[in-house]
Design a protein around this ligand. Structure first.
Ligand code: FES
Length: 281
């Protein structure tokens, strides 16, 4: 059993939990994910690791309630437990494995959309811990749906916040901020990392392609086993078929077939799967 050390609501329908999982906390890296299961019959829910504390032996997960399983999960309180937490799964972000001196030479731009802020956070934190100041754009539909702003501000070199409806900071989509930074302010980026709803990643990639910025995205399709066996998370990257769970979750965003990925997600047969997709639109 995996005890919940802290459970809090970050925004409407968005929850954060610190979970006791010493083995995962010891081994995990930014970019990787876990699959949680509440009980025997519970749906397996893939969640990117938002943070980890190796000393305390805990990991932090963030999720949005979009259907029966995640709503049930939101009812869990401090002291309750998950039946199972499997991980770390997937591959660490590319820069974690690379020569640090090479990484330091690059200028990174991170783009976080909605709940996608959770997986961006450990990457930005990693950069800070290694002495690299990065620019971060955070976008949400409205002010109320922005999460982890203070935490992100502490780790980012520059933080640009935008809301679709203009209820806080800038008004508009993250793509407009990217264009403003590069075209109007003359900023240069060697790499963009974009994580958020599929549609946001698609349009971010169209923009960065136009601007000539290589872009990495993290895909979180519906997953079942998380070990490359079931094929639920199949996607096309360039001419190749990949499984997000074992080949990703991060991929070259300019090669991902987003339209196919979105269509495939709609075909997913569980109620929760369909609800997740609706929420991500
Ligand atoms: Fe089954 Fe990826 S979740 S192959």
């Amino acid at each position: 059993m995996y005890r919940i050390l802290k459970a809090e609501m970050l925004a409407d329908k968005i929850y954060l939990m610190d979970v006791e999982a010493p083995r995962i906390a010891k081994a995990c890296q930014p970019g990787e994910f876990v699959i949680v299961k509440m009980d025997d019959r519970g749906e397996r829910i893939p969640l990117t690791i938002c943070d980890y504390n190796r000393d305390k032996g805990s990991i932090t997960i963030v999720f949005q309630t979009v259907g029966a399983s995640t709503e049930k999960m939101a009812d869990l309180k401090t002291g309750d437990s998950f039946e199972d937490v499997v991980g770390p799964l997937g591959n660490a972000s590319e820069f974690v494995e690379e020569d640090l001196e090479e990484v330091k030479k690059r200028k990174y731009l991170f783009v976080a959309g909605g709940v996608g802020t959770a997986p961006v956070y450990p990457q930005v934190k990693w950069m800070r811990e290694h002495g690299i100041a990065v620019d971060v754009i955070m976008g949400a539909k409205t002010k109320d749906l922005l999460i982890l702003e203070d935490a992100m501000r502490e780790q980012a070199g520059n933080l640009y916040v935008t809301t679709d409806d203009g209820s806080y900071e800038r008004k508009g989509m993250v793509t407009e901020v990217i264009k403003d930074l590069v075209v109007n302010q003359g900023k240069h980026y060697d790499v963009c990392v974009a994580i958020g709803p599929m549609i946001m990643m698609k349009f971010t990639c169209l923009m960065t392609k136009e601007l000539g910025i290589p872009t990495i995205v993290s895909l979180n399709p519906v997953m079942v086993d998380g070990t490359g066996m079931c094929g639920a998370c199949r996607i096309t990257v360039g001419d190749e078929v990949k499984f997000a769970c074992v080949d990703g979750p991060e991929f070259d965003g300019h090669k991902v077939n987003f339209d196919e990925a979105m269509k495939r997600q709609m075909m997913y047969k569980s109620e929760e799967g369909r609800a997740i997709l609706k929420a991500r639109e």
